[in-house]
Structure formats: C-alpha cells, structure tokens
Ligand binder design. Sequence first.
Ligand code: 13P
Length: 342
Amino acid sequence: MELQSLKDIAKQMMAGNKGLLAMDESTSTCNKRFEALNIPQTEEYRRKYRELIVTTPKLEEAISGAILFDETIRQSTANGKLFIDILKEKGIIPGIKVDEGAINMDGFPGEKITEGLDNLHNRLTEYYKLGARFAKWRAVITIGNNAPTSGSIKANAFLLARYAIICQEVGIVPIVEPEVLMDGNHSLKACADVTNEVLHTLFNQLYQQRVNFEGMILKPNMIVPGLESPQQDNADAVADATINCFLRCVPASVPGIAFLSGGQSPELASERLNAMHVRFKDKMPWALTFSYSRAVQQPCLEKWNGKDENVAEAQRLLYERAHINTIARDGKYTPELEHQMA
Ligand code: 13P
C-alpha cells in the first residue's frame, strides 16, 4: 500500500471548498429517475445525460471528484471523447462505484446487505488502469420495527471494511458509505442513536481489517428526522446532532467526510451543511463537504428532460447547485441565495 499516494488523493478530493459529485446511479436507478420524467430509458439517453454533466462549464470550480458507474466510465461524448478524459482535463478526479447494490438480507426481514466483494481486487485493478483514483461502496441501514439489528450492522460494516482494504491495496481511496435511510417516521434522536451505533461498529471493523484511516473518506448520512416524522427539526438541531455524533465516533485521522443527500431537498442539503460549518467551524478535525447526487442533479435533470435544446440551461442549474454547496462549505449560505440564483 502506497499510503502517501492515498493521502494525496484524499487531500485533493477534499480541497478548498469543493465537493464530490455522485453521478454513479446504477442503470436501474438512473432509469427510475428518467421514467419519473418520461425520459427514454436507453443507454443512449443515459450517455447523453452524463455527457451533459461532464461538459458543464465551470464544473471544476465546484467539484473536485466525480463518482462514475461502470457503464459511464467506458462512455464517450458524441464526438468520441471519453468522459474520463474530459474529467481529467478539468482536474476532476474520476471515481467509481464498485458495490453491486443492496439486496434483501437473508435471515433479517426488512434489512439490506450489499453485494460486490467477489473478484473486487481484479475489478479495482482494471478501474485503476482506466483512470479511477477513488471508489465507493454503499451500505444501507434501515430504521424500522426491530431494525436495525446488530447482525445487519456488523455484516454491513465488515463488508465495507473488506472493500476498503482491497481498495487501498490497489492504490484507490475508498469512500466508505454507511447510509442510515431517512424513510420512516422516526425522530432525530432515533437517527442519532442508530448512526452512533453504525459508526462505532464501522470504525471497529475498519481497524480490524487494517484499513488506514488517513487514506479513506467517510460518506455518511446527516442525522435527520425520518421523512414522515411529525417533528422536522431545524438546520441548527441537525448540525448539532450530526457533528456531535461524528466527534464521538469518527477518528481525527480520517481526512474527510462527504455527505450523501439521501432524499433531502437541494435547499435543505445546502442549509444543513452550512449550519455545520457555522456552528463547528474550528472544532472539526476533518474536512466536511458534500457528495450529493439528487440534491445537486435533480433541478438539472428536470430542466433537461431528455431534450437537446435544454442542455445549456440544465448545465447552468447543475453548476449553480454545486456552487451553492461550496458557499455552504464556507459557512456563507443564506436562503436568499436561492432566489438570486434562480
Ligand atoms: P444521494 O445524494 O442522492 O443520496 O446520492 C448519494 C449517493 O452517492 C448514494 O450512494
């Protein structure tokens, strides 16, 4: 393992006030988002959409790394230029999603387990040759009746840790993503308790599997109430619950934390990231940024709607959403910005 090189990549991923762009939706997830907007669910339309994203003017001013999907890392623009080469020219580090999705966990009704360890070393070696310098694996934790169980938390944490050490051996920085889902009517406190348990278990497993904390990035959920919870706490409460939990659970040697958005609106995802920076500016040992998919892409996808004539305006919206999150990372976001940008 070349630790210095892993540290250098992680540092670049977390540089300045930039964030990571998750554009690694699997074919089925991408098709689902297209279907909701009546966009044709074909390889060519997925290619067109990803071309729109990677050719967005000024994207590199707000985005330090982009997470791709296997289909996308091999695709090119209509002019025949590989997406990965466009990203590299812009100074955006290419990353790759390597998990193969979360399936129902046998023996644990209502819970999920992530697949993808088989042949992972060889797959990562190929992705490295293609130009990927970081990877992502997402574990899914559900809050519900008698869930999550410690059995599912441990199994998911173990798989994340095996994935992470394999990445590091190949020279790839692992993004370790344990996502506690927002679905349900649970409280902020319930999300905090589960996230606390998940992160403690995860870092124990990462340690046992000899993962180097300096050469990884954590991609967690924010601590938020369930989407159907009657009490929707404000951004300051979310910021306090989230960062206080991380201060207890995430070692200071981890260089960066980059949030998933998980179904929050774009505005809330920015406002909450901002509140964390305002309230904990000098108290956080790690860099703290965004790695959103929906909260950065959704306005752009809706504007594009599969139509070539909408590409320029959709690209403007993508850049703006990414840019607004860089402002939140500086702790300078205000809701008024939303109107100025619109
Ligand atoms: P969302 O921001 O849409 O939650 O996606 C982030 C991600 O990468 C999920 O794995």
